[in-house]
Design a binder for this molecule. Structure first.
Ligand code: GLA
Length: 393
């Protein structure tokens, strides 16, 4: 929904009066998959797709949430936001408010209307966009009361905590950080162990290339439990290696150091999970250098290697992501293709010369549909800024 229309909708639901609009983007990760939860490097970008929330404070301590695509209003008292983790929708928003009130933010009553242009369950992190939009809205209102500055990396950590500690998904920091800190036409090279980062120009457009996001449309029903299982498997490998290898997080190991100590893990599944993390982390460092140099041919090769490792060692791709990536790679001229996000369905990405984009989408759709029965969707990535307030005229 357009933002001016969203404002009208807010007034229809909550009544006349001024309101403010906050927008947080979805993200696409170029490379560095399943490394964030092990302290490694990631290379995400914020996207044009976004979550928006229109907000107006209330004086009675009630948090009232509406969504543009759902009926009804979810209501919670800000004095106790602890019991809403299992509600059908609204847990991300209430979780963020709960964490923020525990950390000293002034969380007042609010009317909030949410609207997303991010396809749900597609692996582009609609949940992080919702959390970051909520956290930013609360932080801006709170800072105007208290005079303290808004700290975006801190908001990313709060949003992650809402997901980990409130909703129960043990995600890393990548999605929330990208949504909070994104920069137009740049990727973020982030070291998740300590949140140091730098922006790297993502200027494939200048070389006549398009980053195409390919949505498999495969529903990702087991995402939470499978994701948490993968984390637990990595943790097993880390526990076996931390003492002998003297590391404080798994991605700290170089590939060479890993090969020397891998037998100490003594569990073949955990060895493969750890091998993915270590080699993917190394690929991400190299990919960042290639991106900075504009060497998209070599960058594309690393995208391919990343997908293969996620398929064979980390086992988070599945038939649909493998089929769409294979179909993409079979098109002449494509530089590389891989899944993006947590996996188990959702989206993949491909780096494609501009002049074949139309033909590429047609061919991939036909091959993929024949193989899986799903009709995919395609989005051409526009790299956007992070969370912000929008002025609606
Ligand atoms: C999900 C999580 C992220 C990250 C990716 C995989 O998107 O939210 O923290 O772990 O999966 O790279």
């Amino acid at each position: 929904m357009k933002l001016d229309r969203l404002n009208e909708r807010f007034i229809d639901i909550f009544g006349k009066g001024s309101a403010r609009t906050f927008v947080a983007p979805a993200r696409v990760n170029l490379i560095g998959e399943h490394t964030d939860h092990q302290g490694g490097y990631v290379l995400p970008c914020a996207l044009q797709m976004r979550s928006a929330c229109v907000v107006r404070p209330r004086t009675d301590g009630l948090l009232r949430l509406a969504a543009s695509d759902l009926p009804g209003i979810v209501e919670a008292g800000v004095s106790d936001l602890s019991g809403y983790a299992k509600i059908p929708w609204g847990a991300y928003q209430i979780g963020v408010a709960h964490i923020m009130s525990g950390r000293g933010y002034r969380v007042c009553g609010m009317d909030m209307l949410f609207d997303e242009t991010v396809p749900h369950g597609s692996g582009l992190s609609s949940s992080a966009a919702i959390e970051v939009a909520t956290a930013y809205a609360i932080a801006v209102l709170s800072s105007e009361q208290s005079g303290t500055a808004v700290n975006l990396p801190e908001l990313a950590l709060i949003a992650q905590s809402a997901e980990n500690d409130y909703v129960g998904m043990n995600c890393g920091i990548m999605d929330q950080f990208a949504s909070a800190m994104g920069k137009k036409d740049h990727a973020i090279f982030l070291r998740c162990a300590d949140l140091t980062y730098r922006y790297v120009p993502a200027n494939w457009k200048d070389q006549g290339l398009t980053l195409i996001i390919m949505n498999t449309k495969k529903p990702r029903s087991l995402i939470k439990s499978s994701y948490n299982t993968r984390r637990a498997e990595c943790d097993r490998a880390f526990r076996a290696l931390s003492g002998p290898a003297g590391i404080t997080y798994l991605a700290q190991l170089s590939p060479e150091a890993f090969e020397e100590c891998r037998d100490l893990i003594g569990d073949s599944v955990a060895v493969r999970r750890a091998r993915h993390v270590v080699y993917e982390n190394d690929r991400t460092v190299r990919a960042c250098q290639l991106l900075a140099q504009g060497d998209y041919v070599s960058f594309g090769q690393l995208m391919n290697e990343s997908h293969d490792s996620l398929r064979d060692d980390f086992e988070v791709t599945g038939p649909e992501l493998d089929a769409i990536v294979e179909a993409a790679r079979a098109c002449d001229g494509v530089l590389g293709a891989r899944m993006t996000g947590a996996g188990f369905g959702g989206c993949a990405i491909a780096l494609v010369p501009d002049e074949i984009c139309g033909e590429f989408e047609e061919r991939v759709a036909a091959v993929y549909r024949k193989k899986t029965g799903y009709t995919p969707a395609f989005y051409r990535a526009e790299i956007s800024d992070g969370v912000r307030e929008e002025t609606i005229i």
